[in-house]
Design a protein around this ligand. Structure first.
Ligand code: HEM
Length: 230
């Protein structure tokens, strides 16, 4: 087991499994965020957030999530180091640039921006809601109001949008690479998985990108998107 985990394929498998786990979380997160568009003043969003915090299984998943981010980043650093050592003698002709996509060559860069964003995101929402208790309590700003205020802030909305675009780039290579790592692809099916991964990445990019874009535009037009149905 130890031999497998320290081998290149072992590290790639850990990357793929931790990455796929993070993708499952992103899907759940996207669904929760979509409730911000229900026009109910954020009631559904707040209730989902509160009920999740109360569920012991979610608290356990949360710990697994932190571990998954840690393991994914640690393996990314190890694999990137290994790859650059293996490539220390550069090819004279037909360098990697000619044969690989921008996404695949910049997984470390897109991943680093995502990591920076995760830290900012936790600082903005997880810390005040779960640790300092400065939002989401009785008589305080609700979690939904806090999220919308952040989306209406041009600096936060800009950082969010750039991170989402780079997340989409990361995912478009990550998903097809994970299929490959886990042995679910061959020459015949690889182009199909590539298209599935691209479609998924675009879906996630549009999905998560819609929050800063729509809330920011709504603010410019003096519309209350959170309460449109009330
Ligand atoms: C929501 C966050 C993230 C998701 C969903 C995600 C997902 C994935 C997946 C599924 C893979 C493919 C693994 C494989 O090749 O089989 C991958 C690869 C990779 N990820 Fe992430 N990732 C995320 C965040 C990050 C972060 C924060 C970093 C850190 C710096 C990072 C760096 C990398 C790198 C360098 C690779 C390529 C490894 C290689 O094939 O050599 N990722 N990611």
């Amino acid at each position: 087991m130890q031999k497998f985990l320290t081998s290149s394929i072992g590290k790639k498998t850990v990357m793929a499994l931790s990455g796929l786990f993070l993708i499952m979380f992103l899907l759940e997160h996207l669904y929760t965020n979509v409730t911000l568009f229900f026009g109910d003043g954020g009631i559904e969003f707040n209730e989902t957030s509160h009920s999740m915090v109360r569920m012991i299984i979610i608290r356990v998943i949360e710990i697994v999530l932190f571990l998954a981010v840690f393991v994914h980043v640690a393996q990314a650093i190890l694999l990137t180091k290994e790859n650059s050592n293996a490539r220390s003698v550069k090819y004279a002709v037909n360098g990697a640039k000619d044969t690989s996509s921008w996404n695949s060559r910049n997984m470390g860069f897109t991943g680093s921006v995502i990591f920076f964003f995760i830290v900012v995101h936790l600082y903005n929402f997880f810390v005040p809601y779960r640790i300092t208790g400065t939002i989401g309590g009785a008589g305080q700003e609700t979690v939904a109001q806090d999220v919308v205020a952040a989306m209406e802030n041009p600096i936060y909305a800009g950082i969010y949008l750039i991170s989402v675009i780079l997340l989409a780039f990361h995912l478009s290579h990550a998903l097809s690479s994970a299929f490959h790592t886990l042995g679910m692809s061959n020459k015949k099916y690889m182009p199909i998985w590539d298209k599935v991964a691209m479609g998924f990445a675009v879906f996630m990019g549009i999905g998560f990108g819609s929050f800063p874009i729509l809330f920011f535009i709504a603010k410019l037009m003096h519309k209350d998107l959170l309460n449109w149905g009330m």
